[in-house]
Design a protein. Structure first.
Length: 254
């Protein structure tokens, strides 16, 4: 995708990677609309960052996605980029069904159904644009599992394969599919993760990722250097070692 001159909707972006990406893309000359559940956060973002659009949306709710899509397209008819940012990550113990089932279902609803519903809501509009992009957001854990987050790993693997499949289906159309593949980043995705020494600083991640978008406008995957250890373990032939190394590290950095 071109790095400037776009109209971009990023739901699930009132904090963390989503908000940082929104602000960086805005600074690069794009019209950016952020979406989130909490009206007070959206109001604060609008006040602190004039020019950023805001739309209330709950990506776990199909009706909310449909309503938000209608609003976005009415207010921003030039929309040509959708960033399907929705994601939650929870520690689960799968030896006890009573402790993991609700978490697993909520994770799949947010991380898999959310992006699917978002794409369904916007694809007709995007296909009518001369140059459009769908950016999905997977994870290094789509390729190497973290023991304590089974549903998150599986949901991000699903997003990776969805991205691969949609790229095939949209070949020959105006819609490109690019997959952003973060490593561990210092956000509130897990409790205590914002200070983790084992996670990449947020600003550094977004700066490197947007730099890659700029230098490689036709890239299928956006891979910062730090995530390649997880992404290519199987291809390198050291997958078992990568799994062991990842799971020997406390995800909270303690």
């Amino acid at each position: 995708m071109d790095i400037s001159g776009n109209t971009i909707f990023i739901p699930g972006s009132t904090s963390g990677i989503g908000l940082a990406l929104a602000l960086e893309l805005r600074a690069r000359g794009n019209t950016v609309i952020v979406g989130g559940r909490r009206a007070e956060l959206l109001e604060r973002i609008a006040a602190e960052h004039p020019g950023i659009g805001t739309v209330q949306i709950d990506t776990t709710d199909a009706a909310s996605i449909a309503s938000a899509a209608k609003q976005v397209l009415a207010e921003y008819p030039d929309l040509n980029v959708l960033v399907a940012m929705a994601g939650v990550m929870r520690v689960e113990d799968w030896t006890d069904p009573a402790s993991f089932l609700d978490s697993a279902e909520a994770t799949v609803t947010t991380n898999v159904l959310g992006p699917i519903r978002l794409i369904a809501a916007f694809i007709e509009h995007l296909r009518a644009q001369p140059d459009a992009t769908i950016m999905t957001v997977s994870s290094g854990l789509a390729f190497t599992p973290l023991k304590v987050t089974p549903s998150y790993n599986a949901s991000k693997a699903a997003i990776h394969m969805l991205s691969e499949s949609l790229r095939l289906q949209y070949a020959g159309t105006s819609v490109r599919v690019v997959e952003l593949v973060p490593p561990a980043v210092r956000t509130a995705l897990l409790p205590g993760h914002e200070e983790s020494e084992n996670a990449m600083p947020l600003d550094a991640f977004v700066s490197e990722a947007v730099g890659l978008l700029e230098s490689r406008p036709d890239a299928k995957e956006i891979l910062v250097e730090r995530v390649k250890f997880l992404r290519y373990g199987e291809a390198r032939g050291d997958y078992d070692q990568v799994v062991a190394t990842l799971n020997a590290v406390d995800p909270h950095g303690k």
